[in-house]
Design a protein around this ligand. Structure first.
Ligand SMILES: [Zn+2]
Ligand SMILES: [Zn+2]
Length: 213
């Protein structure tokens, strides 16, 4: 049984997810904690629930999703996993922070790469990895078929979709990723997105304004 805890961090209101199961094994996905108090909120939760962090996973590496990545790597001595195609996005984070006037970002380097078709195992749990480019070239998502959810990052939001007006984005690729990789999942799968509230595949097929015709 996977427990999902969501924190919403930083001025970007980014959703940071902690997944953990009955063994106490845990993964941190997209740590967007920027302020010291946010970093402490995250690590206090991990300590209070006696979790053992096994890995840091990135759906993609836009600035708001990696604010706390260096902190998590160091604090819990874990590896950071991402898709190789997002390396140019990660390399651009420092200059994007300057552009947004954001201080306190600590640069981070990945340790391992993930790609579609692989699964990531922690404790008794396993996540399937799919490549869903568009919002970012190396954007991936994590699916639990046992628990019927997807950690989808910034692709499909409740009644919206990810932005594609940043460098290295492709609107066409994003629409294609959602149509072929999200909307082919069963309707009852819950979508936990990088911003805003969770939704389900079925609801978005029906009500998402970008796909109604
Ligand atoms: Zn993003
Ligand atoms: Zn985001």
């Amino acid at each position: 049984m996977i427990n999902i805890h969501c924190f919403t961090f930083s001025p970007f209101a980014e959703n940071t997810y902690l997944l953990y199961d009955e063994t106490g094994a845990c993964v941190v996905i997209d740590p967007g904690c920027l302020a010291q108090s946010e970093k402490e909120t995250l690590s206090d939760f991990i300590r209070d629930h006696k979790l053992e962090v096994k890995a840091l996973l990135q759906t993609h590496t836009h600035l708001d999703h990696v604010f706390g990545s260096a902190y998590i790597k160091r604090k819990f001595s874990v590896k950071m996993y991402m898709h190789r195609l997002d390396l140019p996005v990660l390399a651009d984070v420092e200059s994007r922070c300057r552009l947004w006037g954001i201080g306190g970002y600590e640069p981070v380097e990945p340790d391992e790469f993930l790609e579609e078709g692989q699964s990531f195992t922690f404790g008794n749990s396993s996540l399937e990895i799919i490549h869903v480019p568009g919002h970012a070239p190396g954007h991936i998502a994590f699916i639990s078929h046992n628990e019927r959810f997807i950690i989808g990052g910034d692709c499909l939001f409740r009644r919206s979709i990810g932005r594609t007006d940043f460098p290295l984005c492709s609107h066409e690729d994003l629409m294609n990723s959602i149509r072929t990789k999200f909307f082919t999942l069963p309707d009852d799968y819950i979508v936990y997105a990088g911003h805003m509230d969770p939704t389900t595949i079925g609801e978005e097929k029906k009500f998402n304004p970008f796909f109604r015709n």
